[in-house]
Design a protein. Structure first.
Length: 251
């Protein structure tokens, strides 16, 4: 019995090692790229998969979206303004087989492409475009990066410019420009208001001049307003006909 136990023990251990090397469990968001004797035989998973020990080799690929932080890049814009720009990129592996076979490290490769594309696109834009048309810059970045990573089975869904840092001297110049623009708009609004008011006054004067009784009523209303303010002096206008009578005829 001892001899049998001595033989069975190693056999059980060897069988356990074989099973451990043959059985893999993949999560729902994982896929296995399986190579048999160096040749690609396909994808497996999710769930329980079986491998041939010594012949099969498996590479796990995560299919979830990856958040890639692109650190600040020093760039000179098209109008020769030095800026620092950082961004964030969201991508995922659509084709696990291409992601493993077409590029050595698809995460690092995507990072490098995103970094160089950010510098290139920002360098082709003016500062005003970079500050006011951020969405257009984001779409251009996403399209260029996604086009270059498509051959690797990688889908870039979103690229967002997070922050744009400009020199302090340029910040003061932009603030002065914004203040001058606000002053210009305020003057235009005041001028438009005065123009509208003058038109209304001209219309009111035309209506009152056509109705002498209306002019008298307006005068009485004005006198009542002035009297309510406790004024001690009140001026009464005289009709022009009466002034002509005292002044001598038409003169």
């Amino acid at each position: 019995m001892s001899e049998i136990a001595g033989i069975v023990g190693p056999i059980v251990v060897i069988a356990g090692l074989i099973v451990a090397q043959s059985v893999r469990i993949l999560r729902e968001y994982e896929r296995a790229v399986v190579f048999r004797l160096g040749r690609l035989i396909g994808l497996k998973g999710p769930g329980l998969i079986l491998l041939i020990p010594g012949a099969d080799r498996m590479v796990r690929v995560d299919l979830r979206t990856v958040t890639l932080d692109i650190p600040a890049q020093e760039v000179i814009t098209r109008d020769n303004v030095p800026v620092k720009v950082n961004a964030v990129c969201y991508f995922r592996a659509l084709d696990a087989s291409k992601a493993i076979n077409q590029v050595q490290d698809y995460r690092l490769a995507t990072f490098q492409i995103a970094q160089t594309t950010l510098r290139s696109v920002v360098g082709q834009a003016d500062l005003d475009e970079l500050l006011s048309e951020r969405e257009k810059i984001n779409q251009r970045l996403q399209k260029i990066i996604d086009l270059q990573t498509e051959a690797w089975g990688i889908k870039v869904s979103v690229v967002e410019v997070k922050d744009v840092q400009i020199p302090e001297q340029m910040q003061r110049a932009i603030a002065q420009q914004a203040e001058a623009e606000r002053g210009r708009r305020a003057k235009v609004i005041i001028a438009e208001g005065e123009l509208q008011a003058s038109k209304k006054l001209a219309e009111a004067a035309g209506v009152l001049s056509a109705q002498p009784a209306g002019m008298q009523l307006r005068f009485l209303q004005t006198a009542q307003i002035l009297g309510g303010d406790k004024n001690t002096t009140l001026f009464f206008p005289l009709p022009m006909e009466l002034a002509r009578a005292f002044g001598g005829g038409e003169r």
